[in-house]
Structure formats: C-alpha cells, structure tokens
Design a protein around this ligand. Structure first.
Ligand SMILES: [Zn+2]
Length: 87
C-alpha cells in the first residue's frame, strides 16, 4: 500500500508552465508537498518534469515552507514515516 507511486510514468511537463493558476509559494504547502518525497526530500526536476525556472522557484519555496514548519525537514518529524521505514 505504501509503495503506491506518486507519479504515473507518462509524458512529463512542467506543471506550473502548463497551468499558471497553480500557486507556487510557501503559503500553499499542499502544492509543494507533491514535489517532496515522504522523507522530505525535494524530487529532482527530471522526475517531476518541472522546468529549470520553476524548479528553482520551487526549491526556494520549499525551503521557505520548511522554515515556517509547513512541511517536513526529514522523516524523523513524521511518526508515520518512521513506522514505515523500520524494517
Ligand atoms: Zn515551468
């Protein structure tokens, strides 16, 4: 169940170029959360398909969101992930 993939393997495109309505800032962690793993790592643009320009903005906003404690720094902050990673 936990192995469910976040991204379907299909044509990649920059989500933010495609749809300019998507808010790209720290006030919308629900958007940023799609671009970090469940361990809190930023997903590489070659995987998400985000263009360089938006990936830079994304990185900046994710770091900002972390400072505001809106998203996790590491898995240790989430008991859910801790349980899953205990083998
Ligand atoms: Zn873009």
């Amino acid at each position: 169940m936990s192995l469910r993939r976040k991204f379907a393997p299909r044509r990649k495109y920059c989500r933010f170029c495609e749809n300019s309505e998507i808010p790209l800032n720290y006030k919308h962690p629900e958007v940023l959360n799609d671009f970090v793993t469940d361990r809190g790592k930023i997903i590489a643009s070659r995987i998400t398909g985000t263009c360089a320009k938006h990936q830079r903005a994304l990185t900046r906003e994710i770091k900002r969101a972390r400072q505001m404690a809106l998203i996790f720094y590491t898995a240790t902050h989430s008991t859910d992930v801790l349980k899953k990673s205990r083998v």
